[in-house]
Write a protein of this length. Sequence first.
Length: 248
Amino acid sequence: MRKPVIAGNWKMHKTISEGFEFIDGIKDKVKDTDVEVMIFVPCTMLKSMKDYTKGTNIVIGAQNMHFEEKGAFTGEISPLMLKDINVKNTLIGHSERREYFNETDETVNKKILKAMEHDIDVVLCVGEKLEEREKNIEKEVVKEQIVKAFADVSAKMFDKIVIAYEPIWAIGTGKTASSKDADEMIAFIRSEIENLYNDEISENVRILYGGSVKPANVEELMNQDDIDGGLVGGASLEAEQFVELVNF
Ligand code: PGA
């Protein structure tokens, strides 16, 4: 049985005091859930949010991480810096990083390998653009992202990896992929993981859907066979909605 995940991605939203207020609003309401609850927050609040959520079941993670441990990389954060503040989870390869900050399949791969080296859990994001779906090449695109992201990643690292399928055209647009389309792609990703590794890894790896997940559609998405959870942007910013998502 794969444990479901609801992961909030706050992107460039919230100050520390707003983050604390959010946690006050959710912590008692999500404490008995069987769902794994994660929030990926801006780096300015990583430490305070990590400290503030101590003793709760809320996992705080970073939205990005560099693949070097240190060096002349202005504005970046290294795995050592995350470990220094006890943060052991990060998103890698979000489509906004790929689109606006030159993240490539190669840097994604280096980041995953570096995270594994430092025992940092990863949520790898993949997904096609609208024009790629219109050309019916979405599976090839996602397959390439998966194959390149996991180059040299060994099977035994897979208990530290979650995959999030986020079709770019569905992010922040209010357009959700139909639950059937999302499930079909996620089943396809699972079969690719089986091709790359083995049946056991593909059966156990958790694969989330992301792109305009909200309380109104979460249940239907979660009822699909292969969808193990949601990576949620907009609807993760408001405590009440986030609680509804976790308690789908
Ligand atoms: P959204 O964002 O829920 O606002 O569409 C999802 C994401 O980018 O992770």
